[in-house]
Design a binder for this molecule. Structure first.
Ligand code: 2RA
Length: 329
């Protein structure tokens, strides 16, 4: 299968290539695509050197699937051009997520919504994917009324510039700033830009995308997104109020039986999810599961996942695998 990876030289694009290799995705021809300044560079894929090409060349080569992680502007302009040429686009940017005509997919939750008509499929935001992997099975069993979530997000979600800023600050060196303030020994209550309502785009993604993926506008979500000097993954403290009561043992059983979720929850022996151990893995790790005794039918938990893998690259490749398995490409 001819596969394009648009943004192949970026942080997520490189993880997409790695995941395609690890999962032995049947790539007959890889088209690594990047901006004009990277055209001609060589990347390695399946032990071979492959030359980076430009967007128009990639469209003309008519790949069956194009995995995009190149920013919203590139997706808005180029995803339709690939789609018009018969390519199915799986886009990791926010460009198409809230478009009513586009599917927003976490394979374990709603891949069955995809049809052969869907030529642009949106990958949810990383913090949404890991949250929904835990919420969906609980919503199905206990019907969620309201979610309050605080995220503790890795600087890798911002990109290479942020990782470089932290390294510079560790070394006591000046350099380009990805954030308005130092990130070393700090916590920034500012992920993405602020909207009129006082929430950041990152926080509103959690609210809007949760409703769309669950297909239930009645679920209320209030989010606070924090950037912290961590690289392994995003962590989330989640408080969930249900319509119906629950039994904690049932909650653990339901979560542990959901594909792609691993329950790590035994505080007596210091067992709980942490980004340093989630890094490089594809599961979503859930722990600190405990009733919130301050109000009825309410639960607290802690969710951790590698934001570059299940939060982006692996989720996109899993969608591609679904398309292949169901002969949708
Ligand atoms: C972030 N989720 O972490 C956003 C985009 N990757 O900055």
């Amino acid at each position: 299968m001819k596969i394009a990876v648009v943004g192949a030289t970026g942080m997520v694009g490189q993880v997409m290539l790695k995941v395609l290799e690890e999962r032995n995705f049947p790539v007959s021809q890889l088209l690594p695509v990047a901006s004009e300044r990277s055209v001609g560079k060589k990347i390695r894929f399946n032990d071979k050197e492959v030359e980076v090409i430009g967007l128009q060349d990639a469209v003309d080569l008519k790949p069956e699937i194009a995995l995009f992680s190149a920013g919203g502007a590139t997706s808005l302009e180029w995803a339709p051009k690939f789609a018009e040429n018969g390519t199915t686009v799986i886009d990791n940017s926010s460009a198409w997520r809230m478009d009513a005509s586009k599917k927003l997919v976490v394979p374990e939750i709603n891949a069955s919504e995809i049809t052969s008509e869907d030529k642009i499929i949106a990958n949810p935001n990383c913090s949404t994917i890991q949250l929904l992997m835990a919420l969906k099975p609980l919503h199905d069993n206990f019907k969620i009324k309201r979610v309050v979530v605080s995220t503790y997000q890795s600087i890798t979600g911002t990109g290479v510039k942020a990782v470089q800023q932290l390294e510079n600050e560790y070394a006591g060196e000046k350099g380009e700033m990805a954030y308005p303030y130092p990130i070393h020994k700090n916590a920034l209550p500012h992920c993405d830009v602020f909207e009129e309502n006082g929430y950041t785009k990152e926080e509103m993604k959690l609210t809007r995308e949760t409703k769309k993926i669950l297909g239930d506008d009645s679920v209320n979500v209030s989010a606070t997104a924090i950037r912290i000097p961590v690289v392994g993954g995003h962590s989330e403290s989640v408080n969930i109020e249900f319509e119906n009561d629950f039994d904690e043992a049932d909650v653990r059983k339901i979560l542990s039986e959901f594909p792609g979720v691993t329950v790590q929850d035994n505080p007596a022996v210091n067992t709980y999810p942490m980004p340093i151990y989630a890094e490089g893995k594809d599961d979503v790790f859930v722990g600190r599961i405990r009733r919130d005794y301050s109000q009825p039918n309410t639960l607290n938990m802690w969710i951790v996942a590698d934001n570059l893998r299940k939060g982006a690259a692996t989720n996109a490749v899993q969608i591609a695998e679904y398309l292949l398995e169901h002969k949708l490409v």
